[in-house]
Design a protein around this ligand. Structure first.
Ligand code: FE2
Length: 184
């Protein structure tokens, strides 16, 4: 799927979720900043970034885990399998799937290459829920505050927190190592 088509589709699917739409546009903006460190995958990353939360759209809701629901929805549209994989696995998906007994559903999709999974997770975790840029630590703290301690998202994000921050740190190291250094 081309980026323009992905952008239009996401805008339509999230039209009644304006904060998710604003967040998704910021995730795309972060993906564009990573273009110098992801090489030929920059378009795949950008398309996956704008689409990553379509699983919240009413047209896509199925299992209730938005990463899996979004990936399934996009697979039904014939979307690139790598884009579906990045949507399926982004951020705390593996931990949420384990909490929800949805690991088999997640396994419908191939786990994406680690460098790209790090990249989309970085983009998501440095984009606030309202579309403002944030640092990943604040973002995770905000998610933990938004969901009650017994909620699956709270439990999954608590367990995933060290791994997620390590993913973000790896991307920051790659950005800092490029000529010109960290662009943000
Ligand atoms: Fe997101």
């Amino acid at each position: 799927m081309h980026l323009l088509a992905a952008h239009r589709l996401t805008g339509i699917l999230l039209s009644d979720l304006p904060m998710r739409w604003a967040h998704s546009q910021q995730v795309l903006s972060q993906a564009r900043k990573l273009a110098p460190v992801v090489g030929n995958a920059r378009v795949v990353l950008a398309v996956s970034a704008i689409l990553h939360d379509v699983g919240y759209a009413s047209a896509a809701v199925d299992t209730g885990q938005h990463m899996i629901d979004g990936a399934r929805y996009l697979a039904r549209l014939g979307c690139d399998p790598l884009v579906c994989s990045l949507v399926a696995y982004h951020s705390s998906s593996e931990w949420e799937a384990a909490e929800l007994g949805l690991a088999p559903a997640l396994a419908e999709f191939e786990r994406p290459p680690s460098d790209l999974l790090d990249a989309i997770t970085f983009c998501d975790l440095t984009s606030g829920p309202d579309g403002a840029p944030v640092d990943a630590t604040s973002r995770l703290d905000e998610v933990l505050c938004r969901y009650a301690p017994d909620h699956v998202v709270h439990r999954a994000v608590s367990a995933a927190r060290p791994a997620l921050l390590a993913m973000v740190a790896r991307v920051e190291e790659r950005l800092a190592a490029r000529p010109g250094g960290y662009p943000m």
